[in-house]
Design a protein around this ligand. Structure first.
Ligand SMILES: [Zn+2]
Length: 178
């Protein structure tokens, strides 16, 4: 499937969404959200906004999709985009005060881009800012069905590193921070 532009049609987004929602419910991480397919996106593969309820928008076609055709770029599946955006929805609308406090400790409070460090960031994109960091952890946690321990994350005893962040999601899923 190399060098093929992916266009998200409504039916494929609907199908992928119901699969991701089932994954989220099984993990106790579902936050009610509306998903829309938009005609075109200049920037990202998807985005999440918060009104009364979080909304996820998946552009049928986007600049980011086009950029994935460049050599050395990695293709992001629709499922992963949706998992990531649901992470933002959870972040924006699903956090109790206790949860938020722990989130700030682990991910920080700033929108400042960090230097990518595999001990701290699960993906390069996670270094963008604290919200993207959380959304990337959330995406992987859900993708792996909560079983992240044998996935080769850096297991350094690193304060607020990838290990701590994934463990946080595990505790959230278990309802520890209600
Ligand atoms: Zn994001």
């Amino acid at each position: 499937m190399k060098n093929k532009v992916r266009i998200h049609w409504f039916a494929s987004v609907k199908r992928a969404t119901s699969r991701v929602v089932a994954e989220l419910k099984a993990l106790n991480l579902y936050q009610p959200v509306d998903v829309y397919v938009t005609p075109i996106g200049i920037g990202g593969l998807g985005y999440c906004t918060l009104g009364k309820k979080p909304e996820i928008h998946i552009p049928r076609f986007s600049g980011a999709r086009l950029a994935e055709l460049l050599p050395g770029r990695v293709y992001t599946s629709l499922m992963d985009i949706l998992r990531h955006e649901h992470g933002h929805a959870f972040d924006f609308a699903g956090m109790s005060r206790n949860l938020r406090r722990r989130y700030w400790q682990l991910f920080g409070r700033t929108g400042k881009k960090a230097v990518f460090d595999p001990d701290v960031h699960v993906t390069e994109y996670a270094a963008t800012d604290s919200q993207e960091d959380f959304a990337e952890c959330f995406m992987l946690f859900v993708k792996w069905g909560g079983r992240w321990r044998n996935r080769g994350l850096h297991r350094e005893e690193y304060l607020n590193g990838t290990w701590d962040k994934m463990r946080f999601l595990e505790e959230v899923a278990r309802g520890r921070y209600q």
